[in-house]
Design a protein. Structure first.
Length: 367
């Protein structure tokens, strides 16, 4: 008689759990040429990011870009790297930890984790870890306030790829964008006011520069709503601060390649403002909820050098929302709205039941 085949490891009857997975773009594992090459190779291989035919793009990517750009980019990463690691990863990890506490205080007992679209921890690995921990309901919350196919959709693509390979799938919900969320806008406005309280408010010769990450213009022409959502965020932020339209400028940074991107471009705008007699600019980057290379090196450092070299006198970078309480409250509200209808109250543990009984006896009530 043939021996019985061993059953695959499994368990039944475990309490179902709900999770929130924060997602950001990603970062190299280290500020080295090799690590940056691996990161850029994954990032720039995604057709959501570069949608050229592979027969055209592959020789450019592997023959030129990955042989030239990693060394220069590694130097820039090294200039902002911290003792704890990549600024982006440090901030997102802290945001996940703090969000767990904020949601708990709001009455939601959930698991909170984070993932990166490119690099580690990957979206697939994070989803597998949550599933192994008994999470049967997972909210995907990309930290991209303004929707773009190259960011938000790319994150959803990775989650869907994982789902295709998963037999017992959890329920999945996805937050598309929060460009006009009142709490997010209030936190942005408060960060600007805090900056003005510490550094003075710009006079008539000053401007608030609202800089978003750029995209190729063809993305807008093909129906991507990113440009429109950035304009909406910028306009609502200006209104919340009581600014007249001429007192702020919405622009786009991080242009790559020779194709036309969304305009006006941030770097030439800084130079033009200085040459036109604007003496002070304060720059905020609402599309980045966490400081990273594009804010700390490109805006805080390179942007300042450009403005001052063109004749500007006073340059201020306003940090991203990072771990501000008002931003964490806003993120909690965004998550809670999308968790609506899912049970987020787990069964009390034995210790909690015993504590409740002790409190009841102390109050003289029947336990």
């Amino acid at each position: 008689m043939p021996s019985a085949q061993p059953e695959p490891p499994h368990s039944h009857g475990l309490p179902a759990r709900t999770a929130v997975l924060l997602i950001n773009l990603g970062t190299p594992a280290a500020p080295t040429t090799a690590a940056v090459r691996r990161y850029l190779g994954e990032f720039l291989s995604d057709p959501r990011v570069v949608d050229l035919p592979r027969v055209v793009w592959w020789p450019i990517l592997h023959g030129i870009i990955l042989n030239v750009r990693p060394r220069r980019s590694a130097e820039k990463y090294a200039s902002v790297w911290t003792a704890e690691g990549s600024p982006l990863q440090v901030h997102v990890a802290r945001q996940a930890k703090l969000l767990l506490g904020f949601l708990g205080r709001a009455g939601h007992r959930v698991v909170v984790d984070y993932a990166m679209r490119y690099g580690e921890p990957s979206i697939g690995a994070s989803l597998s870890r949550l599933k192994a921990d008994g999470c049967t309901r997972i909210l995907l919350l990309p930290l991209y306030p303004q929707y773009a196919a190259s960011t938000t959709a790319a994150a959803f693509d990775a989650a869907c790829k994982w789902l295709q390979q998963t037999r017992n799938q959890p329920e999945i919900r996805m937050v598309r964008s929060f460009a006009d969320d009142p709490g997010y806008l209030a936190a942005l406005a408060a960060s600007v006011r805090d900056h003005w309280a510490a550094n003075g408010r710009p006079g008539d010769s000053g401007r608030l520069l609202i800089s978003f990450h750029g995209l190729p213009r063809k993305a807008l022409e093909r129906g991507d709503p990113y440009y429109c959502e950035c304009q909406k965020t910028g306009r609502l932020l200006g209104e919340a601060l009581g600014l007249r339209p001429e007192q702020y400028v919405i622009c786009f940074q991080s242009r790559f390649g020779r194709a036309e991107w969304l305009q006006p471009y941030t770097a030439p705008t800084l130079e033009a403002l200085a040459r036109s007699g604007v003496r002070r600019v304060d720059v905020i980057c609402p599309g980045f909820p966490a400081d990273c290379l594009e804010t700390l090196e490109e805006i805080a450092s390179e942007g300042k050098a450009l403005f001052l070299a063109a004749g500007g006198k006073d340059y201020h970078y306003i940090p991203c929302l990072n771990e501000r309480d008002d931003w964490l409250h806003a993120l909690t509200d965004i998550a809670a709205r999308h968790l609506l209808g899912w049970p987020t109250q787990a069964e009390p543990t034995k210790a909690e039941l015993e504590l409740s009984a002790l409190r009841a006896r102390a109050l003289g009530a029947p336990s």
